[in-house]
Design a protein. Structure first.
Length: 131
């Protein structure tokens, strides 16, 4: 019988060591984006929109793809997303010499579809909804 999602243990939160390891693995391969201060919010904002894929998602996707074995990369990767994660996986797969199949649903932004394809992914638009 299939395992129900609620029966899975919660994933462990990343540790400082995980973040430092990711930085040493992918830090030189992505843009170092600026921090801008916002007086309105009283905070500094990380400008990840300057990443090649337009979001922070490239960091996680590239970090994951670099951890794959040569055999896993040869098999390719699959993602389900209609947005920034779709683009990030497509970009990371291309950067790691792997192929990517990205399932996006009908009604996804044409700009996101085009960008995902532009990074080299095969895009499947058969799904009618994200569920």
């Amino acid at each position: 019988m299939a395992e129900h999602l609620s029966e899975r243990p919660a994933p462990a939160l990343p540790t400082r060591a995980d973040v430092e390891r990711a930085r040493s693995t992918i830090g030189s391969r992505l843009l170092r984006t600026p921090l801008l201060s916002s007086r309105t919010l009283g905070a500094q904002l990380k400008c990840e929109l300057f990443q090649r894929t337009g979001s922070f998602k490239a960091r996680g996707a590239l970090n994951k793809l670099t951890s794959l074995t040569a055999e896993e990369k040869a098999r390719g990767v699959i993602a389900i997303s209609a947005g920034n994660h779709a683009q990030a996986v497509a970009y990371a797969a291309a950067a790691e010499g792997s192929s990517a199949l990205v399932v996006m649903w009908q009604g996804a932004s044409q700009q996101k579809i085009d960008a995902t394809r532009g990074y080299g992914a095969v895009v499947d638009l058969e799904a009618t909804t994200p569920a």
